[in-house]
Design a binder for this molecule. Structure first.
Ligand SMILES: *Cc1c(COP(=O)(O)O)cnc(C)c1O
Length: 425
């Protein structure tokens, strides 16, 4: 679900025409819908309200501080994975007490900054890290709260690069080792072990992996409690899917129902770290066709966006629906799918101008006939899109525009050539 809609043959973001945004800010450009961010956040907040869950938006999916402020004002906390993300949250006015800090490679500097900022809790990823955080906290005269990230060994059946809760991934500690971990580290001088954390993967579109993982976690909590450990918090992590093709991702209540039932009456404070679910559908990448070229049997639509703007197709073989902003008559899409049921479509690869064969946004894609100069929208570019963008090939990173009703605001300007060399003293 999102607020990008065709009206009279024009694609709009809420009340703003996308061709108007292209005219004022150029292409490529990311366009975000405030209402879509808030819709998804509020859906989750409502669905998990019976648990009074703390919803920590995953900053890495879309880290623009204007987006963080939008969600902070809606009541969100934040899930961070670096000192840079903490900096962004603080700049956006986020409450440090509602920040959870995960990641297997936190540096001493990042840990100290987070302790000094007074974050809510650390997510422990290893024994050595627990000792290190405790040591640094003690040095600062503090005792910090932490959850232990447990790997429940569940396969969420998503792309292997975004599977994070199976054995042999680098995250957390194996579930069999959790009791021993509590025995060893529950009274470190600088660390208060307040609960458990899980994060089994990303773009998960069925509830079963969560139910399976949660069962294991509740069993572990029972064992830990029976041994006298106080388990106050359970962080469910993120991973709820976004809708890359129409109606393929469950709605918030679908995710929530079973989990809320299992967690009611467990005497646990619940946190969660949704990212893509909130931001994925809230953005499009606006791009212009530079050239159309036929190469033997293959047709290439060459656009001014590239893998440096959107690396997901190259990295994860991800599908992003792509469609003209001003489709010719008869070509207004009724749903976003890889197999649009329409006559007169052509098949093409949509590619960028980078010197890599992996630089594509879509392969063998059915599209209405397009020409040089046409504007295309690459949908579901609100998550892991700008935040994974680079300057590869010395390309300038694209601007970000945030729409709210009939208003649009440039929330990050396009980079300039001098930005490219600014740090190279
Ligand atoms: C990336 C990440 C998330 C968010 O994942 P989504 O699939 O975007 O919801 C949540 N928690 C942790 C620890 C992460 O690394």
């Amino acid at each position: 679900m999102d607020y990008f809609n065709y009206q009279s043959g024009q694609l709009y973001c809420e009340g703003v025409r996308l061709d108007a945004i292209a005219a004022s800010h150029g292409t490529p450009a990311y366009v975000y819908s405030s209402a879509t961010f808030l819709h998804h956040y509020q859906q989750l907040a409502r669905a998990f309200a019976p648990l009074e869950a703390l919803i920590c938006y995953s900053v890495k999916t879309n880290s623009n501080k204007h987006i963080l402020r939008l969600l902070e004002q809606a009541g969100a906390g934040f899930d961070i994975v670096s000192g840079g993300e903490l900096f962004r949250v603080l700049q956006a006015g986020g409450d440090p007490a509602k920040v959870a800090f995960a990641g297997v490679g936190k540096t001493d500097q990042e840990i100290s900054e987070a302790i000094e900022a007074g974050i809510g809790f650390f997510t422990l990823e290893s024994a050595e890290e627990a000792e290190n955080i405790s040591r640094l906290a003690e040095g600062l005269g503090r005792k910090v709260a932490a959850t232990l990230r447990v790997n429940p060994d569940v396969d969420p059946k998503t792309h292997k690069y975004i599977t994070t809760g199976k054995k042999l991934t680098k995250f957390g500690v194996d579930i069999e080792e959790a009791v021993a971990f509590f025995e060893k580290y529950s009274d470190l001088p600088g660390l208060n072990l307040v609960g458990l954390h899980m994060h089994i993967g990303s773009q998960i579109t069925t509830i079963n992996p969560y139910v399976t993982a949660l069962k294991k976690m509740l069993g572990l909590i029972q064992t830990l409690r029976s041994r006298g450990y106080k388990i106050e918090w359970l962080d469910l992590g993120g991973g709820f899917g976004a809708d890359y093709q129409s109606d393929t991702a469950p709605l918030a209540p679908d995710y929530a129902t079973a989990l809320v039932e299992m967690l009611a009456g467990q005497d646990l404070r619940i946190a969660m770290e949704p990212g893509r679910f909130i931001s994925g559908n809230a953005g499009v990448l606006l791009t212009r066709v530079l050239y159309v070229k036929q190469s033997g049997p293959r047709r290439f639509v060459i656009v001014d966006a590239a893998m440096n703007d959107l690396i997901r197709p190259a990295l994860y073989d991800a599908f992003h629906f792509i469609w003209p902003v001003q489709p010719a008559e008869g070509f207004v899409p009724t749903e976003r799918t890889s197999e649009p049921a329409m006559d007169g479509l052509i098949k093409a690869d949509v590619v960028g101008g980078i010197c890599e064969s992996g630089d594509f946004l879509a392969k063998d894609r059915l599209l209405p006939p397009v020409r040089r100069g046409d504007l295309l929208a690459v949908f579901t570019a609100g998550a892991y899109s700008f935040s994974m963008a680079s300057q590869y090939n010395s390309r300038l990173r694209a601007p970000e525009v945030l729409v709210n009703g009939s208003e649009q605001k440039l929330i990050r300007r396009r980079e300039t050539y001098s930005d490219l060399t600014a740090g190279e003293q």
